[in-house]
Design a protein around this ligand. Structure first.
Ligand SMILES: Nc1ncnc2c1ncn2[C@@H]1O[C@H](COP(=O)(O)OP(=O)(O)O)[C@@H](O)[C@H]1O
Ligand SMILES: [Mg+2]
Length: 274
């Protein structure tokens, strides 16, 4: 059992420079076949302003880690803290771009992006102004009155990103956001994300299957093992900034990062990477 007193001390002001902290986190799902252990003694520190990428085999718990950060799921044991305080409910400090297309098809782009502001009670005129500015920032100016089914896959991603950024959360979680997109579009969106990250200094936790993408974007890449998951490799990326996303792969050091990350990812076992 955790002692509440020691929890308070452990997550006090001295650790507030951390954005997110996992301490000895365990996560077990109950299924018909019994207990299903996804995380065991999982420790992770995400620093403020850091761009952290998470890679690992399918089913290793990457989305579970993001759900715990967002407060959408609770640890079975241990503690997850945000800005020095244990997370006890849905974490409003965080913007979460989930793996699935979550735009509401019956709403226009403008109305979809405005939803978080509406929830927060922002008056209509201000909402409209902020949404217009945000859509211009993500390259969707002029598409305010389109519906999601009139947009390409890349544009829908941009609209979801706009909806996540509109309320200016200090931390952004992204779950395989560019996975299904073609290679060229991916590079364009990666460049846009780098520009937004440079301009805002947000903390980003970015789950991807793509090692090249992870090295190109991140300050640090962690590799998860098969479950029960732990951090198998924690690799600081030594490529300078600002980075040109289409050139990072030619930078000195890129190949060494790629080899180390590739050999740390366990392919095989019960589940394979696609
Ligand atoms: N709500 C849940 N109930 C039962 N099992 C779950 C639940 N969420 C995830 N799992 C299981 O936990 C494992 C890790 O899932 P997930 O975090 O989605 O992995 P990843 O994102 O790395 O592919 C998977 O095997 C998945 O089936
Ligand atoms: Mg996942």
């Amino acid at each position: 059992m955790e002692n509440p007193g020691s929890t308070r001390r452990d997550f006090g002001p001295a650790r507030a420079a951390l954005d997110i902290e996992f301490r000895k986190v365990g996560k077990v799902f109950a299924s018909r076949k019994g207990q299903f252990e996804v995380l065991r003694d999982f420790d992770l520190e995400v620093r403020k302003g850091e761009f952290l990428a998470i890679v690992g085999p399918s089913g290793s718990g990457k989305s579970t880690v993001l759900n715990l950060m967002a407060g959408l799921d609770t640890p079975t044991s241990g503690t997850v803290a945000c800005h020095g305080h244990p997370i006890t409910g849905v974490n409003s400090e965080i913007g979460y771009l989930t793996q699935h297309d979550s735009l509401m098809p019956w709403l226009t782009v403008e109305d979809n992006v405005a939803v978080p502001l509406e929830i927060r009670g922002i008056p209509k005129a201000e909402r409209r102004e902020r949404v217009r500015r945000m859509l211009a920032d993500v390259g969707l100016g002029g598409f305010e009155h389109h519906h999601p089914n009139q947009l390409s896959g890349g544009m829908r991603k941009r609209a979801m990103l706009a909806r996540t950024l509109i309320y200016d959360p200090p931390t952004l979680l992204m779950d395989e956001p560019f996975g299904p997109l073609d290679a060229q579009l991916k590079v364009v969106l990666q460049a846009d994300l780098m520009r937004l990250w440079n301009a805002t200094g947000k903390t980003v936790v970015f789950v991807t299957h793509d090692i090249v993408e992870a090295i190109t974007l991140a300050d640090r890449v962690i590799v998860l093992s098969h479950r029960p998951s732990r951090i198998k490799l924690d690799e600081a990326i030594a490529i300078g900034r600002p980075r040109e996303v289409h050139e990072a792969r030619f930078a000195p050091g890129f190949e060494d990062h790629y080899r180390r990350l590739w050999s740390a990812i366990e392919i095989g076992g019960a589940e394979k990477t696609p």
